[in-house]
Design a protein around this ligand. Structure first.
Ligand SMILES: [Zn+2]
Length: 369
């Protein structure tokens, strides 16, 4: 008879001794690392096989957000760790055996290489998460980790709100800096670098800044709306009908549509905000009109999913829309999560005689008593 540790109740745990609780907590923490890595590998496989397309999504991250209910940052991070672990056999081994904490693992994979992963793993065993985070932030990829006392004093956090045109400049600028340096540059480092240049008298005047902005806006394409006339058009205001029979919306209609859809792809969970198209919910070829209720903003990926029959959009924009995958199920309702029956085997939890409660055949979840 096996016990499924996942269905232990708090009451049962309260009857366990401290050693048993500790063993179970250790194994649970190790399993969390292993399961996150597993989910990351699955997202990577979904990326590489292009399965996200058949699932009606624009990327594996979109799939993770729309159908697994993950925050996009988390989906991106899982994918990133899975990618980096491909070249890190020792860290992968530790992860598969639950011998490293997820929080430390996701930090060190950013800087570890096959030559330095052992050093980083040793540090993870000795240092706290905050110390590892600090050491990683001060290391370059491939560098031997600096095993010295962590920087004293608290870190500062800078929060700023940017208008879309300002953000376009920032993103384009950061991209250029990364290209010039041949590596990914964190925003904090980029800001530091820019101020350092400023202090070194490489001054940027207003006219230059304006030119940089214009170029960045041109680069991002859809941001031409920024230069549009400043007419008031709150997000909830309806887009006026100009000519419902015309195939394409007027530039003014398109600008208002982009505003209504918040300059982002309208498919739930998709966060693409560049390369945006205007789409007829009822296809123009099928008699769909060029009116606000029949128009939505889609990224090019989701747009091609629609036209290849992998994603079906029905209803009236912006609030009465349904997004269905090729099996006719709402992409937002496809997020029924599940747990594998084999977790207890992976956990290796045996329990004690007095903790045991009959749960049906090995590892299955019988109905609650
Ligand atoms: Zn999209």
């Amino acid at each position: 008879m096996e016990i499924d540790p996942l269905s232990l109740t708090l009451e049962e745990m309260l009857r366990m001794d401290s050693h048993a609780l500790h063993q179970l907590a250790r194994k649970s923490a190790g399993s969390v690392t292993r399961y996150r890595a597993l989910l990351g590998r699955l997202l990577l496989a979904i990326t590489r096989t292009g399965a996200f397309l058949e699932l009606g999504c624009s990327s594996a991250v979109h799939y993770g957000v729309a159908q697994l209910g993950l925050p996009s940052k988390e989906a991106r991070r899982l994918l990133q760790v899975a990618r980096q672990l491909e070249d890190l056999p020792y860290l992968r081994y530790l992860c598969d055996h639950g011998r490293i904490e997820w929080s430390k693992l996701r930090e060190v994979v950013r800087v570890a290489t096959a030559d330095t992963e052992q050093d980083w793993a040793d540090l993870c065993a000795r240092r706290t998460y905050a110390e590892i985070e600090d050491l990683v932030s001060r290391s370059q990829r491939g560098e031997i980790p600096p095993d010295r006392p962590v920087r004293p004093g608290p870190r500062s956090e800078l929060r700023c709100r940017f208008e879309p045109d300002q953000m376009a400049v920032l993103e384009r600028g950061l991209q250029l800096m990364c290209q010039q340096l041949g590596r990914a540059l964190p925003m904090a480092e980029a800001i530091e670098l820019l101020f350092a240049e400023k202090l070194a008298e490489h001054s940027v005047d207003e006219e230059k800044l304006e030119r940089v902005r214009e170029e960045a806006i041109r680069d991002l394409g859809w941001l031409d709306v920024i230069n549009a006339e400043a007419e008031a058009c709150p997000a909830n205001q309806q887009v006026e009908i100009v000519n419902p029979k015309s195939r394409v919306p007027t530039p003014l209609q398109r600008r208002k549509l982009l505003r209504r859809d918040r300059y982002c792809c309208a498919v739930p969970g998709c966060e693409n905000s560049i390369w945006l198209d205007t789409h007829h919910v009822t296809f123009y070829a099928h008699g769909g009109l060029t009116v606000p209720e029949n128009l939505i903003t889609l990224c090019t990926r989701c747009h091609s999913n629609v036209h290849q029959g992998r994603l079906h959009i029905q209803g009236s924009a912006p609030h009465g829309l349904r997004f269905l995958n090729d099996r006719g199920r709402d992409v937002r309702e496809e997020r029924q999560l599940d747990v594998p029956y084999w977790l207890d085997i992976w956990c290796g939890w045996q329990g004690e005689e007095q903790d045991r409660r009959y749960r049906g055949p090995a590892g299955t979840l019988a109905a609650a008593s």
